[in-house]
Design a binder for this molecule. Structure first.
Ligand code: FEO
Length: 169
């Protein structure tokens, strides 16, 4: 049986992940509005990834005999200045999520909850990858500056991203 402290902290993280999904869905709509369907596709895939992150915790909590308590998801931002502005906001958000995961690991250690500590290692690796992906796109957008041809080339590249559901343990 999982402790109440750990249960509350994991429920909070489910909400963080669902908010992430909501934020990226909002960003996908913004990109579609400004005619960048490839960027929009990338964000839709990100939305699916975040939903998966939330559901992985949801299933884990249930498997440990915990109670899933869903909380209200706050309203995401809906307008940005530019694609670069979006990706800077994305990186900042992922840095926040990385901190949330690190805090959860601290709680698991304090609670002597080895199972949750092990479970969270997957998220540590995932956050390294997420921040690296955002940083790579930011670097490209900074090189592109105001060059529409280069922006459309990147849009085509981002159109090829697909969601590969990781296998659940
Ligand atoms: Fe689920 Fe992007 O962190």
């Amino acid at each position: 049986m999982i402790s109440k402290t750990m249960e509350n902290a994991l429920n909070k993280q489910i909400n963080e992940e669902l908010f992430s999904a909501y934020l990226y869905l909002s960003m996908a709509a913004y990109f579609e509005e400004i005619g960048l369907k490839g960027f929009s596709n990338w964000m839709r895939v990100q939305y699916e990834e975040e939903t998966f992150h939330a559901m992985k915790i949801y299933d884990y909590l249930l498997s440990r005999g915990g109670k899933v308590v869903l909380q209200a998801i706050k309203e995401p931002q809906k307008n940005w200045e530019s694609p670069l502005d979006v990706f800077k906001a994305t990186l900042k958000h992922e840095q926040h999520i990385t901190k949330c995961i690190n805090d959860l690991i601290d709680i698991a250690e304090k609670e002597h909850d080895r199972a949750t500590f092990n479970f969270l290692q997957w998220y540590i690796d995932e956050q390294v990858e997420e921040e690296a992906n955002d940083e790579e796109i930011i670097r490209k957008l900074e090189l592109i500056k105001d060059n529409p041809n280069a922006l459309f080339m990147l849009d085509r590249e981002l159109a090829s991203r697909v969601f590969n559901k990781p296998t659940l343990k």
